[in-house]
Design a protein around this ligand. Sequence first.
Ligand SMILES: [Zn+2]
Length: 152
Amino acid sequence: MNFDNIFDKFRGYADVAMDKVGKASKTAASKTENVVSRAKIRFSINEANDKIDEIYKLMGKRLYEQYLEDLITDPDFVDQCKKIDELNKDIDELNSELTDLRAVVKCEYCGVYNKIESTFCSKCGAKLTKTQEPESSNDDGEEVIEVDIAED
Ligand SMILES: [Zn+2]
């Protein structure tokens, strides 16, 4: 962060000034203590900033809920809330696309995609093996039929 740099620079100048006055015959131990306590302070600052962000997030959610209840009049807030509406719509569409893709089984022989509930391929009639690669992203708990294929 920029403020940290500025602060460090200021500290640096202060240290130089102290050297000039002749008070800076610090021992290595006290310098280490100084570094440690500065790290602790920075950690506390970051922690506080994280908490503030969390509160902002909750406030934003509350604001959006109020928008849904038609309680928001500020046009800027309404605009932002409408953007959230749009994004939620996008997420819904993407989720249904994901479900469509998941609810499909590829024929090992001809490569045609069939409905997950099909037993035989609609094109070549081969028996479908219902094996799906595990999802790396969040699983929404949808039932997936997995068949282990024995390796030779
Ligand atoms: Zn087929």
